[in-house]
Structure formats: C-alpha cells, structure tokens
Design a protein around this ligand. Sequence first.
Ligand SMILES: Nc1ncnc2c1ncn2[C@@H]1O[C@H](COP(=O)(O)OP(=O)(O)OP(=O)(O)O)[C@@H](O)[C@H]1O
Ligand SMILES: [Mg+2]
Length: 285
Amino acid sequence: MIDNDAARQNNAVDGRPDAVQNRFGFLSKPPSREELVTNNGIILYLEDVTLSFDGFKALNDLTLYVEVGELRCIIGPNGAGKTTLMDVITGKTRPDSGSAFYGQTIDLLQMSEPQIATLGIGRKFQKPTVFEQHSVLENLELAMKSDKRVWVSLFKQLTGQEKDRIEEVLNLIGLTDSPRKMAGSLSHGQKQWLEIGMLLMQDPLLLLVDEPVAGMTQQESEATAELLTSLAGEHSVVVVEHDMEFVRSIARQVTVLHEGSVLAEGAFDVIQEDPIVRQVYLGSS
Ligand SMILES: Nc1ncnc2c1ncn2[C@@H]1O[C@H](COP(=O)(O)OP(=O)(O)OP(=O)(O)O)[C@@H](O)[C@H]1O
Ligand SMILES: [Mg+2]
C-alpha cells in the first residue's frame, strides 16, 4: 500500500504543513463556516484521484465535487471504491496522484489524519462505536469535550451553551426521551443515531456517512433518511448506501461509482434510467 505520510509530515512545521500553517493560524480549532473558503459553493474537491493497491486501481482518475450544504448519495457495486474514497478524504489512505481540497484552500493531501479530524470533517463508520457502558447523555458530552478521558470529561461542568447543544442534538437524533438510557441497551438504529449525534456535537461542516441503514428496520431506515435530510443545508453530507429505497427516499444528487471512477451523476430518477448504470449496478432490479 502506498504511504506518503512520512514524506508529507517532513514538510510540516510544528506538525503542520507550511502552506496550511501560514494561511490558517486558526487551525487550533476547526474552521468556521465563514473561515472555510467556499466562494464558489463547493466544500470538497476531488480531482483525478488514483489509488492503487498492488497494481489494482481502487480509485481510478476519480473526480467529484460536493457543494456546500448538499446531501450527496454515493452508490455503486461492492468494491467500487466508495469506502476508499472516504479513506482518502479523511487522510486514512493517501492516493498515488490527484488532488483533494477542503474548501478552496485546504489541501487535504498535505495533512495527517488527526489534523483532518480537527477540520470539521466528521466520519461515521458502518459499525456503531458508542460507549456502551455510558448513558446517551454522557456519550454526547464525551463527544463534545476535547479531553477524551472519560472521567475527566464527565466531571466537568457543562456550560449553558453546551447544555443547549446537547438538547438540540438529542432532539435531532430522536432520543430526547432516553437521555439516561445506557447506550448499550439502545436498538441498533438508535446506536447509529447516537453516533451521528456524537459527530454533530463537534458541529462538523462535512459529514461522511458509510452505509448508515445497513441492519436497520424499515422504520429506522425512514427515520435515518429524515435525519440526514434535516442535516443537509446546515452541514454538507455525503452518504454511501446500497439500499436503493433509502437512496430514493432521500432523492438528491446521486453519484454512481464503478471500478474506482464516476460512472454517472444526477438526480436519482435520471440515474435509475441510465442504461449504463442499469447494466453495471441496477441491472438486476
Ligand atoms: N487496504 C487495502 N488493500 C488492498 N485492497 C484494498 C484495500 N482497501 C480496499 N481494497 C480494495 O479496493 C477496492 C475498493 O474497496 P472499497 O472498500 O472502497 O469498496 P466499496 O465500494 O466501499 O465496497 P462495498 O460496497 O463492498 O463496501 C476493493 O476491491 C477492495 O478489495
Ligand atoms: Mg464500503
């Protein structure tokens, strides 16, 4: 696997790449909506991104733009490169070539994974990773604190503003009735929402969500569609999902990946009728 991390880190001053350090003195906290440069309405630029694993191109000259506040669905057959794409955006994996910018000025390929995590890019993996032995409320509190040591965080007093934010997020994720419930006793769907809630505590500008409705009941899946739809606008949301009913219910801009490249892009109804898409992906439905 290609790993340019060490080489990239060598360009860093005080752990930060030169270009970023000079332009973004505020990087100790995530850029606010005003600070991120999105004059032309785009929050994420991926251009000509190629990534090979032992000669196999998981991403192949992939170009994709995500607009500020949009809810984008990414679909595609198994192995199309959807998760790898998220790995590239979050700095988990480096591409061999191409570029990835967050706003017009932040070069993601010049930053380490922990640095990217501080930029307001939140990622939800498929498996929920909540603190099972803690309550819903405590999980949200922990997500908000910069010091992640459980006991340090939980003994700190919450400010009024923090309490308001927790209230707001509980409401968004539909868990207002169970703030004291142990996370471990929540349903699978509720755990997924709690984890989305934990990401929201950091007020991310861009949310990446990988297969959120896998394993959910129909009802949970519908509630998730509603949740993600309500987050768009305030946040930019990229959702990878196989469940076509779910994608249809969100019915926004859809990008179809195939063999590491963008095969088609457009409204769900248009994509669904595209003969090439049907052939590689929807053909069986
Ligand atoms: N670390 C790795 N080493 C080698 N090959 C990898 C690695 N990560 C991913 N791949 C390969 O890259 C391709 C794209 O994988 P990826 O996980 O991005 O697909 P995906 O579109 O998310 O698929 P799925 O819908 O099954 O989740 C696959 O063929 C996968 O086997
Ligand atoms: Mg995947």
